[in-house]
Ligand binder design. Structure first.
Ligand SMILES: Cc1cc2nc3c(=O)[nH]c(=O)nc-3n(C[C@H](O)[C@H](O)[C@H](O)COP(=O)(O)O)c2cc1C
Length: 189
């Protein structure tokens, strides 16, 4: 698979097989992820890998407690309950943190740079997983349980996203894209 095949062939996967992912494969995904570029080569990303039926069940319980709190506060729950079900099914979920942004230090002037770097790393993770035969889902619904999950994971830095990984149990068609011709303008001689 070349890079363009990976870019065009990747899909968000929301059904995973009940099959464990070898640790070596997850390590390979993480190693590839850390090859992403980052502003000033700060490599602000940190990862917490959650795997195993017990840890997964705890994670989803914590996620649901955050969703419940949001419901009680009248917040629109969006896709969060569905995402919690996907995380329950996925054998592995990797939480991604921004180590440069901590409760203690306050907002860093490099925040926009670090955040972009981490976005690039997450996309690198998805492409590497795809190349290695794994399905993935980039998840921001973890923000519904931001405080709860961060506390459960024992982190004081900023949670940016989570990525669920596993063997895909579906092969969805490509989701629609706005053609680039409608998005790009040219300034050229
Ligand atoms: C920043 C970001 C956050 C996302 N959060 C979620 C999520 O919480 N739950 C979910 O099911 N999908 C989530 N997605 C997946 C998108 O819905 C998906 O990428 C989009 O619909 C396009 O589909 P594709 O990835 O198959 O091309 C997220 C994607 C991105 C980039």
């Amino acid at each position: 698979m070349n890079t363009l095949e990976a870019i065009y062939g990747r899909r968000s996967i929301r059904r995973f097989r009940d099959r464990p992912v070898p640790r070596q494969l997850i390590e390979q995904v993480l190693d590839a992820t850390t090859q992403a570029p980052s502003g000033k080569n700060r490599q602000p990303w940190r990862f917490v890998v959650v795997e195993g039926p017990q840890k997964r069940a705890e994670m989803v319980r914590v996620m649901r407690s955050g969703i419940e709190k949001a419901r009680q506060a009248g917040v629109d729950l969006g896709s969060s309950e569905n995402t919690a079900r996907i995380m329950e099914q996925a054998p592995v979920t990797v939480f991604v943190f921004n180590a440069e942004q901590t409760d203690e230090a306050g907002e860093s002037p490099m925040f926009p740079v670090d955040y972009q770097s981490i976005g690039g790393a997450i996309q690198t993770m998805l492409l590497a997983a795809h190349e290695l035969g794994l399905g993935s889902l980039w998840i921001c619904d973890v923000f519904y349980a931001y405080d709860e999950l961060r506390e459960w994971l024992g982190r004081s830095d900023q949670m940016v996203a989570a990525v669920s990984l596993g063997y895909a149990d579906e092969a969805p068609d490509a989701r629609p894209r706005v053609p680039w011709q409608d998005l790009a303008t040219w300034l050229a001689d």
